[in-house]
Ligand binder design. Structure first.
Ligand code: SGN
Ligand code: CA
Length: 563
């Protein structure tokens, strides 16, 4: 049932319980397993030791692989103009590639809360990276644990709380670190030497090899910090990727004409807002020497804490590659135009960002190989996704947050042998909101009725006939804040996108996704689109009612933010 009542007075720790708290579902796991066992034995006896295929299968294992800020443009199954990701691609080659997967709010912790609860942000209350997550809510791993699954989580979760419903977890505190990271574990805090992506892969494999209970199905979260800012690749990859050059996107020099004030005022431009020291990895002393104005007030110190974490050996390897880059820049900078500076920063950005992805791809390969070796591939659903998309120079930007495509859409690749046809593609508008119900459906566990997504299991089976969603709802909140992307909500259909930017502005934008896929022209005031605008306003209002969002809640979250 959807909630449409008054907004709570305070969120998220003091949420009105009967409005927000999900009913706790008793799945009676032991009874379920006993019944399944008895049924299997009977089927075995009565069918001459050859039960029908359906009954032979035990509930599937689920491996949810999620990286942080991994743009679909940087997965070769989507586009191979930037990087080859053969291992991630394998999931789609042996399963399904979703070309229109999207998020409800393009930012890290809110996306994760939506994934875990199956609810939009205005209901679970984790509207941005700042507010704490209300841990009294039901998250889907709890339901799996109750139903008899073995559960584990390794890597980046992002919100401070220890996850619930996990038999074992090792998670990075907050954003975590790329080198020699600390982890919060169910047995206390630890610090592990090495490179984070490799460590998270090792932890995941270690659990599969040494602590997996072969008698139970499992739910395993393999969650990468990479390729989150400030993009520190492993030595083997920065050595390789700093030698590469990458094609520039068509809109790298976007002047934001034809858009509203939100695009113009956002602080995500590579030339203007990406840190010279923090992101491009120039030495702070070099900025002073060349008279470069830092891009932010933390630019010059952004890398210091990271350098301090390196061992002597790691620092020496790093300097051996990045010192010559500094020298080269020093020689070229005096003659560089602003356009050349932008191109240089874009290349530096891509070298380090894509270098981080290379380690993620290797880790996925290691995992898939292990599943194959153990025969675990057969009954295991493997999902690869990101907590949202990311700008790789499109519109001159890095970061995410906007309803515009590169951050609104997210990669989604799913392998489910025997169920999902290998090499298949799906273009339905599925959302991160759908994961909880999808996994519960696949495992045969009842989903709480107040979850707001839809199981994509039918789509994975190749049946789109019952899929009725023709529009999705989006709402971004974190403003004013880093990157200064204004608050907005909107509706997206296959053909159009209507967004309302509010709080310090009251602006509407309409994009024709078919005619203007790069979203360069706001058609909201174009009379030719008057009918479309009218219809989309109705659709948006319907979705806000359907999902329980409202102007009162918009205001409520503004008031909370300003408190
Ligand atoms: C940090 C980053 C931002 C990024 C947010 C949120 N700056 O603040 O660029 O948008 O995290 O990212 S940094 O200089 O600290 O890297 S999120 O993925 O956690 O939502
Ligand atoms: Ca993220």
């Amino acid at each position: 049932m959807l909630w449409m009542g008054q907004p709570p007075e305070r969120l998220p720790m003091d949420i009105k319980p009967d409005i927000f708290r999900t009913k706790h579902y008793q799945t009676k796991p032991i009874m379920k397993f006993v019944a399944a066992f008895v049924f299997t034995v009977f089927a075995f006896v009565f069918t001459g030791c050859n039960p029908p295929k359906e009954e032979q299968k035990s509930p599937p294992n689920i491996i949810f692989i999620m990286s942080d800020d991994h743009a679909y443009q940087a997965i070769s199954a989507y586009s191979n103009h930037l990087i080859q990701t053969p291992n991630i691609d394998r999931i789609a080659n042996e399963g399904m590639l979703f070309s229109n997967a999207c998020v409800t709010n393009s930012i890290c912790a809110p996306s994760r809360a939506t994934i875990l609860t199956g609810k939009h942000c205005h209901l679970h209350g984790k509207i941005d990276n700042k507010f704490p997550f209300d841990t009294t809510q039901v998250t889907f791993p709890q339901l799996f644990q109750e139903a008899g699954y073995q559960t584990a989580m390794f890597g980046k979760l992002h919100f401070g709380n220890s996850p619930k419903g996990l038999d074992e977890f090792k998670i990075l505190p907050g954003q975590g670190n790329y080198y020699n990271p600390e982890f919060i574990t169910n047995e206390g805090d630890i610090k592990v030497p090495g490179y984070t992506t490799d460590i998270i892969t090792d932890m995941t494999l270690d659990w599969l090899k040494n602590r997996r209970d072969a008698e139970k199905p499992f739910l395993l979260f393999f969650l990468h910090k990479a390729p989150h800012r400030d993009w520190l690749p492993a030595e083997r990859h920065y050595t390789e990727f700093t030698k590469k050059t990458f094609p520039e996107p068509a809109t790298l020099f976007d002047d934001y004409e034809g858009r509203g004030s939100a695009a113009k005022e956002a602080e995500m431009n590579i030339l203007l807002h990406q840190n010279w020291a923090g992101d491009s990895k120039l030495r702070p002393e070099l900025l002073d020497e060349l008279g470069i104005t830092p891009a932010s007030d933390w630019d010059k110190r952004a890398m210091q804490g990271k350098y301090n974490r390196f061992t002597e050996e790691q620092l020496a390897s790093w300097n051996a590659v990045y010192d010559p880059i500094n020298e080269d820049f020093k020689a070229r900078y005096p003659e560089m135009t602003e356009k050349e500076q932008m191109s240089w920063k874009y290349q530096r950005y891509m070298q380090d960002y894509l270098g981080c992805i290379a380690a993620v791809d290797e880790g996925v390969g290691t995992l898939l190989d292990y599943l194959d070796e153990q025969g675990l591939d057969e009954n295991t659903i493997v999902v690869y996704t990101s907590d949202q998309g990311f700008y790789l120079g499109e519109h001159g930007w890095f970061d995410k947050r906007f309803i515009y495509d590169e951050s609104f859409k997210t990669p989604l690749l799913v392998r489910w042998p025997g169920v999902t046809e290998a090499g298949s593609k799906n273009d339905q508008m599925v959302q991160n909101l759908d994961f909880a119900q999808t996994f519960l459906d696949a495992a045969g566990i009842e989903a709480p009725s107040d979850m707001q997504g839809e199981s994509i299991v039918p789509l994975l089976k190749g049946d789109d006939s019952a899929w009725s969603r023709d529009a999705v709802y989006y709402h971004y909140y974190e403003y004013p804040s880093v990157h200064m992307v204004k608050r907005h909500y909107g509706v997206v259909t296959r053909e159009f996108k209507l967004a309302h930017f509010y709080y310090d502005v009251d602006e509407w934008e309409l994009y024709d996704r078919m005619k203007d896929p790069m979203e360069l022209k706001n058609e909201y005031d174009n009379p030719e689109y008057a009918e479309v605008v009218k219809e989309l306003h109705v659709k948006l209002a319907e979705l806000r009612v359907q999902y329980g969002d409202s102007e009162e809640l918009d205001q409520h979250y503004i008031d909370m933010y300003n408190e």
